[in-house]
Design a protein around this ligand. Sequence first.
Ligand code: VG1
Ligand code: CO
Length: 553
Amino acid sequence: MTDTRPSLDIKTVSTTPFPDQRPGTSGLRKKTRVFMQPHYLENFVQSVFDAIREEVGGFAHQTLVVGGDGRYYNRPAIQTILRLAVANGFGRVLIGRGGLLSTPAMSAVIRRRSALGGLVLSASHNPGGPDADFGIKYNIRNGGPAPEGVTERIYQRTLNIAAYRTVTVPDIDLDHQGETTISRTQVIVIDPLADYAAVMEDLFDFGALRKLFRSGFRLIFDAMHGVTGPYAQELLEKRLGAPAGTVIHGAPLEDFGGHHPDPNLVHAAELVAMMAERGAPDLGAACDGDGDRNLILGRTFFVTPGDSLAIITEHAQRSIPGYRTGLAGVARSMPTSTAVDRVATALGVPCYETPTGWKFFGNLMDAGLCTVCGEESFGTGSSHLREKDGVWAVLCWLSILAATRTSVEKIVQAHWQRFGRSYFQRYDYEDLDVKQATEMVAVLRTKLTTLVGTSLSGSRITVADDFSYKDPVDGTVTERQGIRIVLADGSRIVCRLSGTGTEGATLRVYLERYQKDAVNEGIEQVLAPLTHVALHLLELRERCGRDKPTVIT
Ligand code: VG1
Ligand code: CO
């Protein structure tokens, strides 16, 4: 089916702005029904195009990539975006077969095919369905999330948009690879796995990993009915020879089987239970809806994301060919535990501390300042792409296990013996009243100056501020990125409001305490004094009527 009529029925549709289209930590996230309102998606997409058109002076020679995590509304949204892309004159649009592209795979496709950018349709680990969540995110030429300067331009555009351009054409077939031309736009349905798999083959020693599986090593990978099922089946089962059935919940579903595709101890409970059974596999792993987060488990053993980041950093050069020449530096988001900092010091490389959100790592990696980076929210990645990458993290752990031939728990214990342990937990209080929560944080902010120098749970407060970040590459300053209270013994309390929710406000309280020698204590017990102080300082119960967190991760 080729339609080469140059002046297809391109029309300009009048519209009025929606006031709520400011992208948050990771794109625009709303209830699915909000996105399904007439003009809502169109307004946002046209605003993206308007915001980036100037920079390139027209799209005739540009490629746009489109794909999502397969959640409800993914397919209709792709058809809508394609129509707008055609009407806006893109030279080429690449779409993942089935409408699928994991977030890291999007990054790989943009980079390998020299695209201008891409639109990712996902609300990540949030549930999917008509009454659940949907989202859209724009990634730039380097393959990473648009930085704040770009998202702010997009937002400003959404506030005064008056019209969008679209075209009347039937839906294209998303389920078969192939090429068609609509108006002047070449539309290609691509294999969503190929570019990503090629990047993985470049980094890892597939021969060594095949050998590991041949030796009887057992992995269980829970795709949580998100987008990583096909990627994990291709890489783990097909290319690395892991036994069939290694990947569970591997079929992407529009509602993720009714669950939160969120790889943590709460939402991946089935996997956690499997890893606690007698004769459990050697490694358990899970990824979120769009494939950028990861959970790593040993037998009855949870590896915290902060430890996982530190351990991947520690072992990368020795265990993974892609990092054979060493790491340029590392980076972590501010709330993430400081475990990786100690490894960076031992390696003699710099460690950068950024605000929450992957977009802040892009400049560091583009400038060659950092190789490995991560967040406490189960996100780990490296400069191989510009997104966090769940399957990559699993391949890192497989490589470390292949090189050391020991257990997950022993690797973590060895790390603690050498570096000490950062006990870390995050408490989330979801669906708070927005006004109350904002005020609560504002009041805490006013108390900060008086806190420095005072003592807290037996240690002196050395820093109490609202984190501000100056990008070392372009000098951009980003303020109010989370309140942090740091103690002389290295303990920290961090509080911030989430920027990805779709309902009410979510308060995140991050607690960290470092112990050089006592590395096998009960975590709740070690952190209890800090938790107590944090809730007291916030006046959480008094101001928001909450005692218990919704989720602890
Ligand atoms: C959360 C996490 C943050 C992560 C972001 C997007 O943001 O805390 O670390 O980068 O989600 O991850 P917030 O503002 O709600 O704390 V994903 O996997 O949702 O794209
Ligand atoms: Co995600």
